[in-house]
Design a protein around this ligand. Structure first.
Ligand code: ARG
Length: 287
């Protein structure tokens, strides 16, 4: 039998069903009140609340163009809860709730757990003694069937193997070596079609080799230190755009040449806490 003409192919699922779901948490109590990464040094009490709110709303509107935004209520006294990427790691209907390295963020754990449970996710058990900071460190590749897991700064060295056992998918550990890039999502961004934007010096040699083994040279967008410091890698890959705090014109052009549509969403207030676009979001619909 001949293949049906594309015109007669069954209709795609309604747009609503295909739309991604993205979790965010409003910055009601966001500020820098302690120092747990180098970006927070000398920034205590220095964020401007109204600007943070405007920047967050702007990012939310951008995400809402391509995805359903879900909100978890912020809690007073938890200034970093706005960084929803650290709620946990989601795959299908399984959620692995983060186990924060810093005491300051541990009270977020039950709140994120309650959110996942209320949304019908199965909560996977995670050993308390092993720090793991969710989608800040565990990122699904968009080409190969692997999950990348940063470790050595926040998530423990045992985190990649533990995650692999739980999700039953190949997890490749990547050792982070530059404290400015303390979460994998600050220096490494898998993009649709198997592309990867990353800052190689943030990794040890073995990890760089592991990346090069999986991602073909033509799909590797290696960025320089200046773009890394703008948190260009901390980007949200959406259906219609790639949202990021900032990127040089050269990097934006390279992204456009690769078929992406970079959109800048300035997030200066959140950079003071060591986070930007990707940190403020968590994709909830992952297969
Ligand atoms: N101040 C927060 C922390 O140090 C920032 C978290 C950024 N999140 C991320 N996914 N990179 O934990």
């Amino acid at each position: 039998m001949t293949q049906p003409h594309p015109m007669f192919e069954p209709a795609r699922a309604p747009r609503e069903q295909q739309r991604q779901r993205v979790l965010m948490c409003a910055p009601d109590d966001f500020d820098v009140r302690y120092v747990i990464n180098p970006w927070m040094e000398h920034q205590i009490g220095r964020t401007t609340h109204s600007l943070a709110r405007d920047q967050w709303q702007n990012l939310r509107a951008l995400v809402a163009q391509s995805a359903e935004v879900e909100l978890v209520p912020p809690a007073a006294g938890l200034p970093d809860m706005v960084f929803a990427a650290n709620a946990g790691f989601v795959l299908g209907d399984i959620a692995v709730v983060s186990r924060f390295r810093a005491e300051e963020r541990r009270p977020e754990e039950p709140l994120f757990r309650a959110f996942f449970a209320a949304r019908g996710f199965q909560i996977a058990p995670w050993p308390e003694a092993i720090p793991f900071e969710g989608a800040g460190d565990a990122l699904i590749d968009r080409g190969a069937d692997v999950v990348w897991c940063g470790h050595g700064m926040r998530s423990a060295d045992e985190a990649p193997a533990t995650l692999e056992t739980i999700i039953g998918r190949r997890v490749i550990g990547l050792r982070l070596v530059d404290p400015r890039f303390y979460h994998l999502d600050t220096c490494f961004c898998p993009l649709a079609g198997g592309w990867l934007m990353y800052y190689p010096p943030a990794f040890d040699a073995a990890s760089r080799a592991a990346i090069e083994k999986i991602v073909p040279p033509g799909k590797r967008l290696e960025i320089d230190e200046a773009d890394a410091m703008r948190f260009a890698c901390n980007a949200v890959d959406l259906a219609e755009s790639v949202a990021m705090n900032d990127a040089s014109p050269q990097l934006q052009k390279r992204l456009r040449d690769a078929g992406f549509a970079p959109v800048l969403a300035p997030l200066s207030e959140f950079m003071k806490a060591g986070g930007a676009a990707k940190c403020l979001t968590l994709k909830l619909s992952e297969r």
